[in-house]
Each structure stands twice: as structure tokens, then as C-alpha cells.
Design a protein around this ligand. Structure first.
Ligand SMILES: Cc1ncc(COP(=O)(O)O)c(C=O)c1O
Length: 400
């Protein structure tokens, strides 16, 4: 009997995916030259699977700010925000995030994962409720495990189902925190936010929107789907990450409720971890300025994903979302086809993501392509052409 026996099945599954040359899971990337180019297996590839939606990873102001902070403040803070790890930099970033939303309170966490863990598990405690969309990200489910609250799931993007769950709670719905995402990262679909807001108001519940994939992408100032829908006055909390549009590492929770600040005193994922490094925070601050003023970047990103969606649909591919967005999840009939197509794309010089269960909802096998503002028209054509070569196989599989 070994402690490692229980990993046998996942190791087997991983090994099965490792065949055919390059590993399709945790693919080794030898180097990265820009927001859109890297080297895999000694060959230059077009990066088409990142979350680098605004393409800011190599932005000069971001690199300059990070480098300056690295040399002036050192490599790490070596401590928690509650002890020696709260520099002016961290507080300034919190102030800038709060100002961006026009709200009084923001808290920075060390990762986006911890932002969900820290916010959800602390906001909803014993005797209260976490009401989660069934397609929620793992960090939301893990927060529910850490929380003492009762967890209730509702059907993905289904307002009627949410309404029924809250009705069953009766007056207790007033201590329920509903959690939805601004853009679901596997299928690339968006929630019916207006309907959810109407339901939460009717039941007197609370609403948190995780804008991890929508921050920087939607809304005039890039604040996310909530801004784009004109609903900033209607939600209670927004969670976001620095690791996607902001091209760094870390996360945040921002709120119109000034009492949010008290959460710092009780949130274990906030307290019992080191604060983000000075370089990380300084780079994020520079990226945030570009995000807020990034109408041109957003315009290019939207142009890219609208063109890509139109082309892939015209080729007969089925996508995880009807509405175009930065995540294009191409549905594959089975794991073998998905893997073969992933390899074919790489052969054509396009590095996409292979997404398979348990990471995906409903047991789906996906080729997940994500668009960036840094992709040129030619880059988007390269992706479209690579998919064009696979199209007959995909069409065959759809009608088979
Ligand atoms: C919806 C959602 N929330 C939170 C996170 C966690 O963010 P991070 O990777 O920055 O820790 C992710 C990451 O993919 C996500 O998709």
C-alpha cells in the first residue's frame, strides 16, 4: 500500500496524453519572446492559448515599473499583509482599484485563486449560504469547502433555477451570497447578469461577480461584464485576478460596501500567506493604468475575437458560446480527436490549449483558443487557416 496508489488513474491518463511527440498537458515552453510568440520543441509557435487578453506581458511601462520595484524594494516581501508585507505599493494598488470602480474598498490577495478562497469563505460563514453556478471555477468550489456556509448549486446560467433555490430559502436568502463569473473560462460563455441581479434584489440576497476573464475585456473602462451591462450599482462584490488581462500575478476583491475592509481580519487565505512581491505589484499598477485607458486595445481584441468566431462558425465548428468573446472553445467529439487536432495545430505552428474532463464542464473535450489584443490580423488568419485544414475532419465528426 502506497500513498501514491491513488494517483494511478490520473498518471495513466496523463501518460496517454503524452504520446505523439509533445506533451499536450503542461506542455514545456522553452522560451517566450513576446505576448504572442514562444518556442516549443525548438520551433517558433503562435501563442493562441494564453489569458493574455490585452497582450501586456511585454509592455514597456509594465516591465520598467516591475524592474524599478525589484531593485528598489527587493525580490520579495517575506511576510503577510498582516505583518511586514503591507508596503505602500500594495495599499496604492488597492486605492487605485477602488477608485477605478468608484467604490470605497478593495483588498489585494496573492493570487486570483486566493481572492476567491479568501473572499467567499470569509463573507459566507456558518448559518449562511453560498449559492454557486454549477460551472464555477475550482477556486470557487474550493472556497465553498473552506467556508462553514452551506453550499447550494444552481444550473449553469439558469435564472429560473436560481430563483427556485432562493425561494426555497425563504427569509434566509438574505444571508445568501450568489456567485457567478463574468466570462466562463472553459466554454467562453457569459451569464445573464441582468436577470441574476433582478432575482438577487427580489430575494434580498448578495451577489459576487468573478470577473477573472472579463476584467480588461468588457466595459468602456475595461472593468468587466458588470460595467458593460451597466450594473455596477447592483452588485455587492467583484473579484478579479492580475494574471490575465493585467499580465501579472495576484487577485483582488472590490466592493461598494465600506465594511469590506473588516474581511482582512478574518480571511485566512489573506492572512496566512506572503504578500505579492514588489515587482509583481508595481507591474500590475502599470498594467492597470493601461487597462483603464485601453479602449484601443479592447477594440483590437474585440475585432480579433469577432473575426475568429465568425470564421470558425462558417467552417462548421461548434463553439462553447454563441456570443463572441476572447475564449473560443471548439467542441471536439471525443478525447482522441481533440488530442489529434491539438497536435495538428501545433504542427501548423499554433499552440492552443487542450481542455478535457475533469477541468471541463459536462465531460466536454475542447480545443480552447484565446485571442489577445496583441494578435495581428495575420496571426488571426494563421489560426483560422490552421483550423481550416482540420475542418473536414471536424465536420465529419459532427455529422457522424
Ligand atoms: C474564474 C476564475 N477565477 C479565479 C481564477 C484564479 O486566478 P489565478 O490563476 O490568477 O489564481 C481563475 C483562473 O483561471 C478563473 O478562471
Amino acid at each position: 500500500m502506497s500513498l501514491f496508489d491513488k494517483f494511478h488513474a490520473v498518471v495513466e491518463a496523463r501518460n496517454a496524453l503524452a504520446g505523439g511527440g509533445t506533451a499536450a498537458i503542461a506542455t514545456p515552453i522553452e522560451s517566450v519572446q513576446s505576448a504572442t510568440r514562444g518556442h516549443i520543441n525548438g520551433r517558433e509557435v503562435l501563442l493562441a492559448g494564453t489569458n493574455n487578453y490585452l497582450g501586456l506581458t511585454f509592455s514597456e511601462p509594465v516591465l520598467d515599473a516591475a524592474q524599478a520595484a525589484l531593485y528598489s524594494l527587493g525580490a520579495g516581501t517575506t511576510g503577510s499583509r498582516m505583518a511586514n508585507g503591507s508596503y505602500d505599493l500594495h495599499r496604492s494598488l488597492e486605492q487605485e482599484l477602488a477608485n477605478a470602480f468608484g467604490w470605497p474598498a478593495a483588498i489585494v490577495f496573492s493570487t486570483g485563486y486566493q481572492a476567491n478562497l479568501g473572499a467567499l469563505s470569509t463573507l459566507a460563514g456558518r448559518g449562511e449560504y453560498l449559492v454557486l453556478d454549477s460551472d464555477s471555477h475550482a477556486s470557487i468550489y474550493d472556497a465553498a469547502r473552506l467556508s462553514q456556509a452551506e453550499t447550494i448549486r444552481f444550473r449553469h446560467n439558469d435564472p429560473e433555477n436560481l430563483d427556485r433555490r432562493l425561494t426555497r430559502l425563504g427569509d434566509q436568502a438574505k444571508s445568501a451570497l450568489i456567485v457567478v463569473e463574468g466570462l466562463y473560462s472553459m466554454l467562453g460563455d457569459q451569464p445573464p447578469l441582468e436577470a441574476f441581479v433582478e432575482i438577487k434584489n427580489r430575494h434580498g440576497a448578495w451577489l459576487l461577480v468573478d470577473e477573472a476573464h472579463s476584467f480588461g475585456v468588457f466595459g468602456d473602462r475595461g472593468l468587466g461584464l458588470t460595467e458593460a451591462c451597466g450594473l455596477l450599482d447592483e452588485v455587492d462584490f467583484i473579484v478579479g485576478t492580475f494574471s490575465k488581462s493585467l499580465a501579472g500575478l495576484g487577485g483582488f476583491c472590490v466592493s461598494p460596501h465600506p465594511q469590506l475592509d473588516a474581511m482582512r481580519l478574518a480571511s485566512r487565505p489573506y492572512i496566512f500567506t506572503a504578500s505579492p512581491s514588489p515587482a509583481t505589484i508595481a507591474g500590475t499598477r502599470a498594467a492597470l493604468q493601461q487597462l483603464l485607458e485601453g479602449q484601443a486595445l479592447r477594440k483590437q481584441l474585440h475585432r480579433n475575437f469577432e473575426r475568429f468566431y465568425a470564421a470558425t462558425k462558417a467552417m462548421g465548428y461548434e463553439l462553447g458560446s454563441e456570443t463572441p468573446g476572447p475564449v473560443a472553445a471548439i467542441l471536439m467529439p471525443d478525447r482522441g480527436t481533440a488530442l489529434a487536432h491539438w497536435h495538428s495545430l501545433l504542427e501548423s505552428g499554433v499552440y492552443a490549449n487542450l481542455m478535457i474532463p475533469p477541468a471541463t464542464p459536462s465531460g466536454l473535450n475542447l480545443l480552447r483558443i484565446s485571442l489577445s489584443a496583441a494578435h495581428t490580423d495575420d496571426d488571426v488568419d494563421t489560426m483560422i487557416n490552421a483550423l481550416q485544414e482540420l475542418a473536414p475532419v471536424a465536420a465529419y465528426n459532427q455529422t457522424a
